[in-house]
Every structure is written in structure tokens, then in C-alpha cells.
Design a protein around this ligand. Structure first.
Ligand code: SF4
Length: 313
């Protein structure tokens, strides 16, 4: 609960951010898992693919402040080489993205020389530079179906690899074998069973980064953007949500007449929550932290991202 003083402070900060944003021709992009106050001040809220598109479409903006984690800001910088991309908190790093190294990709390529490499956007630019095409959780099935290959090296999320293999009937070799999102791993079907006793009519929505056991109790499996459209179009009134709790703010805002319950209260991504209004303000004011990707890496990673964007209009 904010005190009256704290509320005043945050309002001031909000005004200051809006003013600076105009002066500097900046836009703020915020991921669905960001804090509510960051989502509220952002120009666009979305998942990785929605934000990647926005970053390329915003031709007037000179500065892009990316309220998210490292790999997303890196992708924005790769796709917008002429703009200044800022990551408000240097330490906001996705642990899953750090799990796949270039050495591991090269090692697996020696075992499967003919298999294309498809990487989830949750990877560092250096890894993207070694893949054939990128994907997000929203378009992974479409990207894999578009390939003329039955065996594919896929990383770094093992759960997403399993889900996409089930959906496409293709063989996906997970690289590394054990990649995972520590936040989505916290969801357990037992918690859903208990919630279903309390909300028997609730629809269960689960992110494909969750375990196979969680996918089995789901009525709907999809990315955060797909969850938003599903909730909007569904006639159901109550939803149990199996993804990072930040999405609840957007779901509630877009569907005030519906009820959204997290499948596990502690499922919070600490890295996504590192962006505060204070840090956002300082980032804009001092134009920090500039995300730079060496052109030799950016060029190859851009090709992989462009291929994804071309498949998924
Ligand atoms: S929720 Fe998981 S995949 Fe997303 S940024 Fe956090 S750790 Fe990475």
C-alpha cells in the first residue's frame, strides 16, 4: 500500500517521465510481466513479438526505452540500428537466455549437421547469430511448420520444445537438454486442483514454458498475447492464469467484468520486476543504459529475426 507521500512522489515521477519522453522523442515499450505502474506509463505493452514489431514500426522515435530484460532490448537494438535503445536496469537479465551458449549450439550441430537451428527469442544475440530462424512462444508452431525439415535443433526452453513437438509432430532436439524458465517452473498442477475446488467454472490458461504436467490441466495453452485475445473472446467469467503474475494487470484492465486468478502467487520473475519508475526516469534522463550489439553479430542475428517476422506477418 502506497502512503499519500509515496503516491505524490510516484505521480511526480510519472509526469517527469512523460515530459522527458516528449522532449527526447522517446517511446516506452513494456513487457506484459512489468510492474503495473510501468505498464501504465508505457506507450505499448506486449509480448516479445508484439514489442519487436512496434520497435520497427515506430519510425519517428529516436529513443526506445525497453522496460523488460536484456535479450528483448538486444533484439530491439538489432532491429533498429539507427535508434538508441535503453535498458533501464543493467542487471535485468533473463536466466533462461544465459543457458544457451554458442559452444553448445556448435556441439549439437556436429551431431545433427542437417538440422536447422531454431532459437526462442529468449537467447542472447551471440546465440541468435548462430541460428537459422528465431521464434517466440506466440509463433513457434508456425515457424517450425514453415521449415522443410523433420528434425530441428531447438533452444533454450525444453518445455516449449516439447509443446511444439506435440503440436507439429516433428522431432525437436532441445539445446541445451535442460533449458528452463525458473519462474514458469514454479507452477504445479496440485495448486490448480485446489483452485478449481474454489472456482469450479474457471478456465485454466497456461504458458508453454510451464511443465508438461501443467499443460495437461490447461484448457488453453498459449503465449501472453494469445492469452489476452483468448480471455477477451471467451464467454468464461473466471480464469486461472499459469504465467508470470504481471500479466494479470493487463488482463484485468482489458476485461474489467472478468476475474483473473494466478495459478501460483509466488510466480514472479525477479528480473522483470527490476524496472521501477525511478529507474525508468533515470534511464530517460541520463540516456542509459545504451544497448549495443557488435555489427558482426547483429547482422546475423537480424537475419534470423527478420526470417521470423516474415513468416509471422
Ligand atoms: S519469466 Fe522466465 S523467460 Fe521470462 S524473463 Fe523471466 S526468467 Fe526469463
Amino acid at each position: 500500500m502506497l502512503t499519500a507521500h509515496a503516491k505524490g512522489e510516484s505521480m511526480n515521477l510519472t509526469d517527469k517521465i512523460s515530459k522527458l519522453k516528449k522532449e527526447k522523442k522517446a517511446i516506452i515499450l513494456a513487457h506484459n510481466y512489468q510492474r503495473p505502474e510501468i505498464q501504465d506509463i508505457a506507450d505499448y505493452i506486449g509480448d516479445s513479438i508484439e514489442l519487436s514489431r512496434k520497435a520497427t514500426q515506430e519510425t519517428q522515435a529516436e529513443i526506445i526505452v525497453f522496460a523488460a530484460v536484456d535479450f528483448m532490448a538486444e533484439s530491439a537494438a538489432i532491429l533498429n540500428p539507427t535508434k538508441k535503445v535503453l535498458l533501464p536496469t543493467l542487471g535485468a537479465r533473463c536466466p533462461m537466455a544465459q543457458m544457451l551458449t554458442v559452444d553448445e549450439i556448435k556441439r549439437q550441430k556436429t551431431h545433427y549437421p542437417n538440422a536447422p537451428v531454431v532459437l526462442y527469442v529468449n537467447t542472447l544475440a551471440s546465440a541468435k547469430a548462430y541460428c537459422d530462424v528465431c521464434c517466440t512462444s506466440a509463433n513457434a508452431v508456425e515457424v517450425i511448420n514453415s521449415l522443410d525439415a523433420d528434425t530441428i535443433l531447438f533452444g533454450p526452453d525444453r518445455n516449449l520444445a516439447e509443446y511444439v513437438a506435440e503440436e507439429t509432430g516433428k522431432t525437436l532436439i532441445p539445446i541445451p537438454e535442460w533449458g528452463f524458465c525458473p519462474t514458469h517452473l514454479l507452477f504445479q498442477p496440485e495448486d490448480v486442483t485446489v483452485l478449481k475446488l474454489q472456482y469450479p467454472d474457471a478456465v485454466v490458461m497456461v504458458h508453454p514454458e510451464c511443465s508438461a504436467e501443467m499443460r495437461r490441466v490447461a484448457d488453453f495453452i498459449g503465449s501472453t498475447s494469445k492469452m489476452c485475445s483468448y480471455a477477451r473472446e471467451s464467454k468464461a467469467k473466471t480464469f486461472i492464469v499459469g504465467t508470470e503474475e504481471g500479466i494479470l494487470h493487463r488482463l484485468r484492465k482489458e476485461n474489467p467484468e472478468k476475474q483473473f486468478i494466478t495459478a501460483y502467487k509466488e510466480a514472479v520473475c525477479p528480473n522483470m520486476k527490476l524496472t521501477t519508475l525511478d529507474r525508468l526516469y533515470m534511464a530517460l534522463k541520463e540516456e542509459k543504459h545504451v544497448v549495443r550489439v557488435p555489427e558482426v553479430i547483429a547482422k546475423k542475428a537480424r537475419a534470423a529475426l527478420d526470417r521470423m517476422l516474415a513468416i509471422n506477418h
